[in-house]
Design a protein around this ligand. Structure first.
Ligand code: XMP
Length: 444
């Protein structure tokens, strides 16, 4: 369900609700309202007036209808009682005789934004008080209230979301936070060391580093199928984390980096599940933790802004996406140590050269892949028989489609030269020109 999660309490910020009546524009509308500096949440169409009152700071309601407003053969509607709350309601693409204003559809993007601005500030008299400083102040207070003097456990992968959660929890409860970083042996070069370095000063002995590389690579031996590899990595991760959790005493809470799209994408009443998001969801029932999810209201760019406000380094906050199974899906087929090292080293060269050329600021995701076949080459006048490295660099908005970055030839040639000369077992470099659809972004 969207919103009202964990008894959602906004201490300060005015709130404009978007009620989901099957529109695909809900997220965009909520986003545009937040861009005006006013907080906005998407809720199911049948939210009760009592629930709205519990949210305390609701200043306006938008009924957002659309093609999917049929559930079990019947057109859905909001509860009549919400009109008696003395909160302004506008209705778009949905018949409502009781709304202050009804529109058949949203106008063009620009006019829609102007209309939202007028509704939010003039009709609802909402205050533009949604900013990261207020958000952090609120969350710090909420976390302290929820956790008291108890301890919180966090699986710290080093990704943006878990790092921002860690920084926020450190600010709120300091060493009541215990972080476990599991190195599954499929991390990029120096990645685990970077995570440890970033948080060890604040957490000291409360930062637990588990080098489970051998264990993961052992489990993955002989496994070539990509989904099978993903499953093993995911399950083993939970197992290692669970073992560490059992060793720790007196922990009542588990923190997670759940963010708003995870909740929206996990399905509302009118939208089919796009993708189930589990985070560390597969933990066994007898590990009884209450969840702390301080980022669940934020979109990804807001998570980044929160990280910046909390003082995390720019490189960390703006790092490119990295799949949970790590380099495991970039060593095609069975994960063999020599090809894993080749992926890791070539990826490090690619990242270094992209940063030098300023492409790290421009390209959405870039990495290398090592397939499981060899070809003939020549080095120092001798025949070689080694693997190729494939470079992938793509741009996308939502990862559902992607285009290839048109890298300048001299940059590609320099990277090629370095990879062939510096990375063991590699004698060839290729550049992947496939858009998505066509190829997916990852090769597995
Ligand atoms: P594809 O390859 O499906 O990737 O075009 C789309 C985006 O998702 C990332 N990706 C993953 N992320 N676990 C993840 O956390 C995975 O198993 C996984 N597979 C792909 C990929 O890096 C790209 O950004």
């Amino acid at each position: 369900m969207v919103g009202l999660r964990g008894g959602c309490v906004n201490l300060k910020q005015d709130n404009i609700l978007v009620l989901d009546l099957g529109s695909s524009e809900n997220t965009a509308i909520a986003r545009w309202i937040r861009e005006l500096g006013v907080y906005s949440e998407i809720h199911p169409h049948d939210i009760t007036s009592q629930n709205i009152e519990q949210l305390k700071t609701v200043k306006g309601i938008i009924l957002n209808g659309g093609k999917n407003n049929i559930i079990d053969g019947e057109a859905i509607d909001v509860l009549d009682e919400i009109y008696s709350l003395n909160i302004p309601v506008i209705s778009v693409n949905h018949p409502s005789t009781k709304a202050l204003k009804t529109l058949e559809q949203w106008p063009s993007e620009e006019e829609t934004k102007a209309l939202l601005k007028d509704f939010v500030f003039h009709t609802c008299k909402a205050e533009a008080n949604w900013n990261m400083k207020n958000f952090i102040d609120d969350q710090v207070a909420l976390i302290r209230k929820q956790v008291g003097d108890k301890k919180v456990l966090l699986a710290l992968s080093g990704g943006v979301d878990s790092s921002v959660v860690a920084a926020l929890l450190i600010k709120a409860i300091g060493k009541q936070l215990v972080c476990v970083h599991v190195n599954h042996g499929l991390m990029r070069k120096n990645e685990s060391e970077g995570v440890i370095q970033m948080f060890e000063k604040d957490l000291e002995e409360n930062l637990v580093y588990v080098d489970a590389s051998e264990r993961f690579l052992g489990k993955l031996k002989g496994v070539a199928e990509s989904e099978e590899k993903r499953k093993i990595i995911g399950n083993e991760f939970i197992r290692v984390f669970e073992e560490e959790a059992r060793k720790l005493e007196g922990i009542d809470f588990l923190a997670q980096g759940t963010i708003y799209p995870d909740i929206v994408e996990s399905g509302t009443k009118t939208h089919k599940v796009v993708k189930s998001h589990h985070n560390v969801g597969g933990l066994p029932e007898d590990l009884k933790f209450e969840l702390v999810e301080p980022l669940f209201q934020l979109f990804k760019d807001e998570v980044r802004a929160c990280g910046v406000e909390l003082g995390l380094p720019h490189d960390m906050v703006y790092r490119q996406p990295f799949p949970g199974p790590g380099l495991g899906v970039r060593v095609l087929g069975e994960i063999e140590p020599d090809r894993l090292e080749a992926v890791r080293e070539s990826d490090a060269i690619l990242r270094e050269e992209f940063a030098l050329a300023g492409l790290d600021q421009k390209v959405w995701q870039y990495f290398t892949v090592v397939p499981n076949f060899k070809s003939v080459g020549v080095r120092n006048n001798e025949r070689t028989y080694e693997y190729p490295v494939i470079i992938r660099a793509v741009n996308t908005v939502d990862a559902l489609t992607a285009t290839v970055e048109q890298i300048e030839w001299p940059i590609l040639l320099k990277i090629t030269d370095r990879i062939i000369n510096e990375v063991k077992n590699i004698n060839r470099v290729c550049y992947d020109l496939s858009p998505k659809p066509g190829g997916t972004i990852e090769w597995e």
